[in-house]
Design a protein around this ligand. Sequence first.
Ligand SMILES: [Zn+2]
Length: 463
Amino acid sequence: MLLLPVCFGHSWAGEILALTGARIIDGNGGAPLEDGAIVIQGSEISAIGPASVVPANARVLDLADMTLLPGLIDAHIHIGGSGGGSADPREFTPTAVENSLLSYLKFGVTTIYDMAAHPSLNSMKTVLETGELMGPRLYGNGFGITAPGSHPIRLITELGLLEYLGPFYFQVDNVADAREAIRSISAQQVDGIKLFHSRVEAGTTRFDADMEKLKPDILHTLIEEAHTRSLKVYAHTSFPSEVREFVEAGGDVVVHSVHMAETGANEVFELMAERDVAYIPTLAVFEGGYTSKPDSFFSPQLHDKVWDVLLASITAPDSVVLASREVPGLLNDRERSLEIAMANLGRALQTGVRIAMGSDAGNAGMLHGATVLREIQLMYEAGMTPMQVIVAATRNGAEVIGRGEELGTLEAGKLADIMVVNGDPLQDLSVLGNVELVVKNGKIINPGELEFKEVPQPTGDGF
Ligand SMILES: [Zn+2]
């Protein structure tokens, strides 16, 4: 560990801070700057370059042997889901959410995008912005729109969550309701609109679901109404044909891999590249719980960055992650989906589609923060270079969520969100797990000092 004379959240109010002596990967994809310096004033980067950019009056933090890169951006998460195995009631406490937010910082993630649906997105944004709650920047859709009874309505019904989560989904089957849904959602200060346009459903085998999709006139209306309000439209899709319908209707971001077919994928990626529709592959979620064998992934160092209640819940006897492994056909199905998704990521890359990184954390077994490392590894295995993966997880992520002006790269004038890792991630991406320091909004955070809060063990009824 670095021994640094810095305190938790210290901001050096009024002072100029310089991070020096490090390798700098700025997020734009060019060659790294060796022995570079970043100057921070207030919440912004004021200069980046060789040591000569550091003003004489700056407070200097020497970071030799370290690599500086933009704070990571996880462009697809669900803060409303614990990411655990749903086997411990402590997972569903407000404190669990706070601990998951800390996990993001421990993994160097300074921005997250909630892809729907969380009951209290707006209030969480507020407490994160004021600093009342410690965590990454939070953006999101808050709500989802789907065809009546389609994904994820059936899934949340089966999980017994309809009463709790149902109000955050609009099920529309006519144009008037589509208009009303967008009007109503946009009144909630959301950052985008999430649509489900898929005839298969997560949590089922590919053969036992053939859900209704959004009808063409409804799809068009939803996208048009969202764009009128300057909101981007994000879609859950599965087949190439669904992606094509979404893109041709004017959609902006495809938030999962094309994971149901390879045939026809190339043509769809060509169309996406032409219209600059971005792609978030979410490979890890197709693995079906990389966390179910924790010893193979969680080194002691990584283990410390995860609230142990969540990991224990995943391997508990009543874990839904383990139970899902007993669903006939589901594992084979996911394995095949992952193969298709990996192959299609290669195609998307070849075609020049803009790719961003998203973990889909919050789903069962997809831990907040930790899943980013797994996702990054899978993107690399699918054929992306370490630099391409880093650009996807930084600059592209910021652009895809509409924050490219202020976040995603290390450049003068941008917000100072920086990740400091020990080693060279261009040689080995697992180095991204060695987070020594995080800078968010110009403030230095020592991840080793972020302590998970305890929640009392449940005592029976009324917990
Ligand atoms: Zn998702």
